[in-house]
Ligand binder design. Sequence first.
Ligand SMILES: Cc1cc2nc3c(=O)[nH]c(=O)nc-3n(C[C@H](O)[C@H](O)[C@H](O)COP(=O)(O)OP(=O)(O)OC[C@H]3O[C@@H](n4cnc5c(N)ncnc54)[C@H](O)[C@@H]3O)c2cc1C
Length: 498
Amino acid sequence: MEKKITQNMHTDKPHEENAEEYDLAIIGCGVSGANIARRLSVYTLAIAILEKAADVSFGTSKGNSGIVHGGFHHNKQYLKTRLEVQGNLMFDQLQRELHFPFKRCGIIVAALHEDEMPVVERLYMQGVENQAIGIELCSRDRILELEPQLAPDVLGGLYAPGGGIIEPYRFVFALVESAQKNGVRLYTNFKVTEARYEPSGNTGCWTIQAADGRKVQARYVVNAAGLFADEVSRLFGGEAFSITPRKGEYFLLDKQTAARPERVVFPVPTGVSKGMLVIPTVEGTVLVGPTAEAVDDKEDYATTTEGLEHILASGKTMIPALRQTDVITNFAGLRPCLGEDFYIEASKKAPALVQVAGIQSPGLTASPAIGEYVKDILKGMGLTLTEKSAWDPFVADPPRVRELSPFELDRLIAADPAWGNLICRCERVSEAEIILALRQGHHTLDGIKYVTRAQMGRCQGGFCTYRIIKLIMRETGLAWNEITKHGGASQVLKAVLP
Ligand SMILES: Cc1cc2nc3c(=O)[nH]c(=O)nc-3n(C[C@H](O)[C@H](O)[C@H](O)COP(=O)(O)OP(=O)(O)OC[C@H]3O[C@@H](n4cnc5c(N)ncnc54)[C@H](O)[C@@H]3O)c2cc1C
């Protein structure tokens, strides 16, 4: 049966023998690659993003705390701190242009023991030094006024009103949509496995090959491959370094929980991590975590009983109202660790290659500034940047049933009954929204989940998964056994032989 995919944002078909030519290829489409692509789309450049997964934001950028950090956790001697502070300030304008869920709800650090107060004071001084927005040292009364859900034995703490929360995957989707609108081409299912450089005159050219044989050529390359940036560097003859994964496990609590704080609540950090947080997500749920455990396997997203018990016990010390009965799911993310700081530099070994590696926390916060920083590196390497006259910063902001008044919804249903057919009841997502996501090229269950929130509610897809599968089949022509959770071999339906 011929596939009837109508409008596809992704290029995932094998194409003509000759490799397409680009000025710049960006390997990896997490939040780093997406910001770099969008920032560079301002210029008259041919740009390709090469992503090995079936959709964008399927790496570390999907499984994190979703916090826009407040600029006080680290010293500004680190590049990551300078980019965090700069990135934080860029989110308001980005939200106006790209409409992703983002709220400056503020961040609290709560001290529960006397010996934690000196650490809080040090964080405060660091925040002042870093020019973090409106940072405040708080007495017990003040911190309880800011967050009445806190344990009554809290001693004081710190308040960073410039910190916030964001839906990380919606941020990446919007950045990519904007980049594509401005001419960037996205290749999905494009796992870079080979690279060859041919010098010619002043500028040479990379030929980059994917596992399925597709090829593109590019004069400059950015390695933003997250956990696999070490392997990509090797393919290009770049620096030898090693990325080690550090797992963070989470609990997600239902919107109905009584334990939802108004602001992000941090404990006083330990040397290894920022500690176990209680996060009021921008969509109304509550996230508790993450753990911090070094693991060997870059694909190990398993959660553990010990990890989850530890999360709840730690969370309750700060917000006593947390209840296990409010938990609707758990998941894990992997930090791509490489020393203490980000590694963002022009390669000294491989020609025309920029390394964007070791982007662990606060990579999401820093990502808009990473785009700016990489743009300057590429300019310094000789890439000519001429602004386009018609660059458009805005993307469309399609309606979402859960945000509409009954009158607005009635008007949409009158024009198209698909707006009235609720596919996901928990998150109130209509057939029309799923169809829109499919037409934008999101053909996996996870892709549709991250774009629309269908399958993310209390029943975790118990009601809607089957209905979404039928819509994918109807809209794309894919057969039932071709529907995957997140691409590759993650088929969700298999034939059971008698
Ligand atoms: C538990 C946890 C909590 C965090 N919390 C926060 C937070 O609250 N705030 C914050 O600011 N930061 C946070 N971070 C950090 C943040 O999530 C990361 O810094 C950020 O997502 C990294 O994005 P990236 O684009 O560099 O990497 P990724 O998102 O991993 O993207 C890399 C992409 O490269 C692709 N790729 C890999 N190899 C290849 C190849 N050979 N060919 C083609 N493509 C390839 C992958 O498929 C992937 O999509 C957290 C991280 C974790 C794990």
